[in-house]
Design a protein around this ligand. Structure first.
Ligand code: PMP
Length: 397
């Protein structure tokens, strides 16, 4: 039964680890997958997460199934974390959701939900996180793009983005990155978000937010939720997927949430009941430990404060590395303009290196970033920044 199966290509982002692991060059560097590393290049578990694990261990909890929608307490805290406790629809109990298998799983459930309920396509920014395209295609939606970024100026292409949004047919789904746009690291300003909100309302579009980096853009999760909160205040009945992979460092726990703002409580609950219809035959119910960890932290004011400090610590280290990388490029003798490295926010630097330069950097310098020139700043350390800067300069001079 298997003879006609062909070997599938490796994933353009995750597959990079496999290529890197085969390289035995001693000072090889990987700045591919968006996972935070400490300044020694080691994976980092937030101390508040370790503490929560210990609290949970001491509780001797059982390992029973949770519900189809996951842990209700986690969902409640997750929604307050992004919409804000004083959000009007939260107060009116018309924001509801489910626990999701992190951002990716939430996106897939959302795609299937919308395809099942009559949507044919979804608009995503160009470029966007590579996995958005197969996730929505596999969900049964056609993926269409709106312009987002101008590679020439390494800047947001706001004028053309607005032009494209104005051409989107009424009733269409439009995906936006809530903050720290992946891969470009360029977000609209609050004035630009306002304009987008007004146009999206005028056009009668259905706004959907992918919120994978809350806390990673500015270091402050409240500030990073500003775009989402503005849309909600403007009266949009948004839907959103949240990931706790990056901000809580819970990558392998697969913890996230998918939520919807309804016109009233009943409407939001009806949508959630349909999400459960998608989830039950897909994976039945989600894992519990990640939800328990986030809940333990967010229900405790002291642990929440520790989380905020530790999350800011990660964002600060990345920003320091941005400045260092830009300085080191100048030191290496590069005369190119690298201002975008410090202008961009979140986990990535969208370097502007083309595919040939990326390949040269791999082969000649053993520095691995994705083919689109996206460098995970989270993998840059004070120990490897010189080496990376020299490699970039060498392939781009
Ligand atoms: N959306 C975006 C924009 C992302 O960058 C990522 C992670 N790279 C995700 C969703 C999903 O990540 P996860 O499934 O780990 O939550």
């Amino acid at each position: 039964p298997w003879s006609q199966f062909e070997m599938a290509p490796t994933d353009p982002i995750v597959g990079l680890n496999e290529i890197y692991n085969k390289d035995d060059f001693p000072s090889k560097v990987i700045v591919g997958v968006g996972a935070y590393r400490d300044d020694l290049g080691k994976p980092y578990v937030l101390p508040c997460v370790r503490e929560a694990e210990q609290i949970l261990m001491d509780k001797n909890l059982d390992m029973e199934y949770t519900g189809i929608a996951g842990e209700p307490k986690f969902v409640d805290l997750a929604l307050k974390f992004v919409y804000g406790e004083d959000s009007v629809p939260i107060q009116e109990n018309r924001v509801h959701g489910v626990q999701a298998l992190s951002g990716t799983g939430g996106l897939r459930v959302f795609g299937e939900l919308m395809a099942k309920h009559g949507h044919k396509h979804i608009y995503v920014p160009n470029p966007t996180w590579g996995n958005h395209i197969p996730i929505f295609t596999n969900s049964g939606l056609e993926v269409r793009k709106y312009r987002y970024y101008d590679a020439e100026s390494s800047d947001l292409d706001f004028t053309n983005m607005m032009k494209d949004i104005k051409d989107i047919p009424k009733g269409s789904l439009i995906l936006m990155h809530a903050c720290a746009h992946n891969p470009t690291g360029m977000d609209p300003t609050m004035e630009q978000w306002k304009e987008m909100s007004e146009t999206i309302k005028k056009q009668g579009l259905v706004p959907f937010f992918d919120c994978a980096y809350q806390g990673f853009a500015s270091g402050d999760p409240v500030k990073d939720a500003s775009s989402v909160r503005m849309f909600v205040e403007d009266g949009h009945l948004i839907s959103m997927v949240q990931s706790f992979s990056k901000n809580f460092g819970l990558y392998g726990q697969r913890i996230g949430a998918l939520s919807v703002v309804g016109a009233d409580e009943d409407e939001a609950k009806r949508v959630v009941s349909q999400m459960k219809m998608v989830i039950r035959p897909m994976y039945s119910n989600p894992p519990r430990q990640g939800a328990r960890i986030v809940t333990t932290i967010l229900e405790d004011p002291r642990l929440t404060q520790d989380f905020l400090d530790q999350c800011r610590g990660m964002a600060d280290r990345i920003n320091l590395m941005r400045t260092l990388l830009q300085d080191k490029l100048a030191e290496a003798g590069s005369t190119k303009n690298w201002d975008h490295i410090t202008k961009q926010i979140g986990m990535f630097a969208y370097s502007g290196l083309n595919k040939d330069q990326v390949m040269e950097m791999r082969e000649k310098h053993h520095v691995y970033c994705t083919a689109d020139g996206r460098i995970s700043m989270a993998g840059v350390t004070s120990g490897n920044v010189d080496y990376i800067a020299n490699a970039i300069h060498d392939v781009s001079k």
